[in-house]
Design a protein around this ligand. Structure first.
Ligand code: IVH
Length: 707
């Protein structure tokens, strides 16, 4: 470690705050390197030294302790990583409902999707949402063979040994399907949590902020003997892979889990319609304070499993379930300062720095302020928020936290406003590079016009470039690109790929750097080499063009198929007219905003030459159609019109897309198939004129093999 660090005893408050920020970034990156990338860059001793220094500063300046302090991340401190487990069936999260109306909308949406008449029955289960962490248990021929955390939903951590120490997780079950994955929530009872914290305090160990953290920290212990000493529990409420169905209903399946020996939540109830759901929500809410464990809402699930199958999933949440959350938790504190952060696309985001306050068991010291209007007490349409009260430095503000979202400011107490508080003046220059920051008509956001000369934008762009869904270069995370940028080694993405050549024999320079050794420097250059070959969609996403997220980038890649096609089309296109523009917005899912943004970035001179320099370093992989998995409709543009009788429009669209078709709303010469139900009108006529293949709903189902 470097020896020229400022001694903690000599720091002033500002230096301490900056140092905590720096340490937090270093430790988080180290955690990611160790746990997620399996590629530690720091020795254990260096890692411990960082954590000790962090704690030392927090002890000297307790009010500077960050809500995301590394000192609180007990269970995830890396020692030896857990193995990774690929979930056979993804572990999803749930959409949220906050108001009664959201619940009736949820029920109405489902009825509509399934095309149920008002008299046809639709029942739900309603059960507490346990505030713990989810766990998937795999049994093969009745024997527990693997336990995994949710992780990112696709890949979790192998915690089999630890899960075996949980008292209500059976090791062997009888009469179970040969493959059975049981899913549910690991939690700690409040009384057990308090007793654990007392023991921790007596032993001089860190106490946990709440039962959820205690449960997570205990399950993710590398030493399962420690987990054994922690009183964890498990409620089963779902399943993953199965060799045979458990039941025809959600409630029946959960009863089967009970018969296998699992604990299931006794407050689960079958309800018909939204008023019964709300009534049960209220019953559970009334009991909330007296329950033995923390809950943060009520989960509603469609009971009929065939309906669940038909409803399916959005990208990360099922359509057939929702979490009705209890109201957000609130707390008052002082707003000390309003700071402006500059993002990758130049957006200036105001952030409230708060006197730290506990909201629902978590210490909060930052809240988002969104934009100028929000600070002034106005919403995007000019209406009032917080009764039109503005937010000023020095104000007494009410913070609310709902679930995992970034805390927000719910209210301002004007009676406590200091006399000298002045209205916040939103900057019209970028705090980072001094370029003009402009707010365009119709946009709520101020943007720095500095483009690539703005260091904040350049660094954020680089961080995005190396992030997970983009180039994801092992050993090159946010921390390293920030450092390389400051050293002048990497100013733009292309520089990453010329780094080694530019270093030449001066590789020693990197090896001599703090945190780098022979092995890690060589590994870094190897992982950079490995990423020269990059799929087109990842490259497009990595460019960090505004409005082009991962899915839009995939849509563009699938349409243009090669970098040269994409690049030519973007260079040729003119906003709002012309053939190239029409082709671009004919892609289902690509709207005008995205299209404009893509064209502008690809035609902006400085940005474009930076992109060209990058691409010259790469071997961009074309998109090839995977014919092995083709369905008869893969790649076809399909339009549905008229009344469908076997399924709703939404369902038809989802199924067609799952088979690789593109569903469009209007008929054009590019349309391959029109599926026309009774009552089809102008679209059928147009299809006929254009000679587009027109199928009835039954013929369509025949074609996709689904009758
Ligand atoms: S069902 C496909 N039921 O909440 C849906 N989840 O916010 C599977 N959770 O990841 C989840 N109690 O960890 C379900 N009774 C319950 C739950 C529950 C807690 C957690 C679970 C999930 C998260 C989503």
């Amino acid at each position: 470690m470097s020896i020229d660090l400022l001694a903690v005893s000599e720091m002033n408050k500002e230096q301490a705050e900056q140092e905590l920020q720096r340490l937090n970034a270093l430790i988080s990156q180290a955690n990611i390197d160790y746990h997620e990338q399996d590629a530690p860059q720091l020795s254990d001793a260096d890692y411990d030294a960082l954590k000790r220094r962090n704690l030392e500063i927090e002890t000297r300046f307790p009010d500077l302790k960050r809500p995301d302090s590394p000192s609180d991340q007990v269970g995830s401190a890396p020692r030896e990583g857990f193995g990774k487990v690929q979930h056979a069936v993804r572990m999803l999260s749930l959409g949220n409902a906050f108001e009664t109306e959201d619940v009736s909308d949820f029920v109405a949406r489902i009825r509509k999707y399934l095309n149920l008449s008002a008299t046809e029955p639709l029942t739900f289960t309603a059960e507490p949402k346990i505030d713990g962490l989810s766990l998937s248990l795999r049994y093969e021929n009745g024997v527990l063979v693997q336990a995994a955390t949710r992780g990112d939903g696709s890949v979790g951590e192998n915690v089999t040994q630890n899960a075996k120490t949980i008292s209500d997780v059976p090791h062997v079950i009888e009469n179970a399907p040969s493959i059975l994955e049981v899913r549910g929530e690991v939690y700690m009872r409040r009384t057990d949590f308090e007793a654990l914290n007392r023991r921790q305090a007596e032993a001089g160990e860190k106490e946990f902020a709440n039962p959820r953290n205690a449960a997570a920290g205990s399950l993710r212990q590398l030493d399962s003997e420690i987990t054994r000493s922690r009183p964890l529990r498990f409620f089963a409420y779902a399943w993953g892979a199965l060799s045979e169905a458990l039941s025809e209903t959600q409630s029946g399946a959960v009863d089967r889990l009970k018969s296998f020996g699992f604990s299931i939540n006794p407050l689960t109830k079958i309800c018909t319609g939204s008023s019964e759901l709300i009534a049960h929500y209220q019953t559970i809410e009334e009991q909330r304070a007296t329950l033995e464990y923390d809950i943060d809402g009520v989960v509603y699930k469609v009971d009929d499993l065939d309906f669940q199958r038909r409803l399916g999933f959005r990208s990360t949440t099922p359509r057939w379930a929702i979490a009705h959350k209890f109201p957000a938790e609130l707390a008052w504190t002082r707003l000390e300062k309003i700071e402006i952060q500059v993002g990758r696309t130049g957006a200036l985001s105001p952030v409230a720095r708060l006197a730290p306050v506990t909201v629902g068991g978590v210490v909060v010291s930052n809240a988002t302020l969104h934009n100028q209007d929000y600070i002034l007490g106005r919403d995007s349409k000019g209406g009032e928020i917080r009764d039109g009260k503005d937010i000023r430095e020095g104000d007494w503000v009410q913070i609310y936290r709902a679930g995992d979202v970034i805390p927000k400011i719910a209210d301002v107490d004007l009676s406590k406003r200091p006399d000298d508080a002045v209205a916040f003046v939103f900057p019209n220059i970028c705090p980072d590079c001094g370029s003009k920051a402009v707010r365009e008509d119709g946009d709520a956001i101020h943007r720095c016009t500095g483009g690539l000369i703005c260091p904040a934008q350049a660094v954020e762009k680089l961080k995005h470039f190396v992030s997970r869904g983009a180039f994801d270069i092992d050993g090159l995370g946010a921390k390293q690109v920030e450092q390389f940028y400051q050293d002048g080694w990497v100013k733009e993405p292309a520089d990453i790929f010329t780094l080694k050549d530019r270093f030449g024999s001066g590789l020693q320079q990197l090896k001599n750097r703090e945190g780098w050794g022979d092995k890690s420097a060589e590994n870094l250059f190897q992982s950079i080499e490995d990423k020269r070959k990059i799929p087109l969609s990842k490259l497009i996403f990595a460019l960090g063009i505004r409005h082009l997220g991962e899915s839009a980038s995939s849509l563009l890649a699938n349409h243009y198929r090669s970098w040269s096609n994409f690049e030519k089309a973007m260079s040729k296109a003119t906003p709002n007219s012309g053939e190239a523009w029409d082709a671009l917005i004919s892609i289902d899912g690509v709207g005008e905003v995205m299209a404009n943004s893509a064209i502008t970035s690809m035609q902006q001179e400085a940005e474009r030459s930076s992109i060209d320099r990058l691409v010259a370093q790469l071997d961009v992989q074309d998109v090839v159609q995977n014919t092995a998995n083709d369905s008869p409709v893969t790649g076809k543009i399909v339009v549905f019109t008229g009344t469908l009788e076997k399924m709703t429009r939404a369902e038809a669209k989802v199924r067609a897309e799952a088979l690789g078709a593109k569903v469009s709303g209007s008929v054009s010469a590019k349309t391959n198939i029109l599926v026309a139900g009774p009552g089809a009108g102008s679209k059928a006529k147009k299809a006929e004129d254009l000679g587009v293949l027109t199928l009835s709903e039954e013929e369509w189902l025949d074609l996709i093999g689904d009758l």
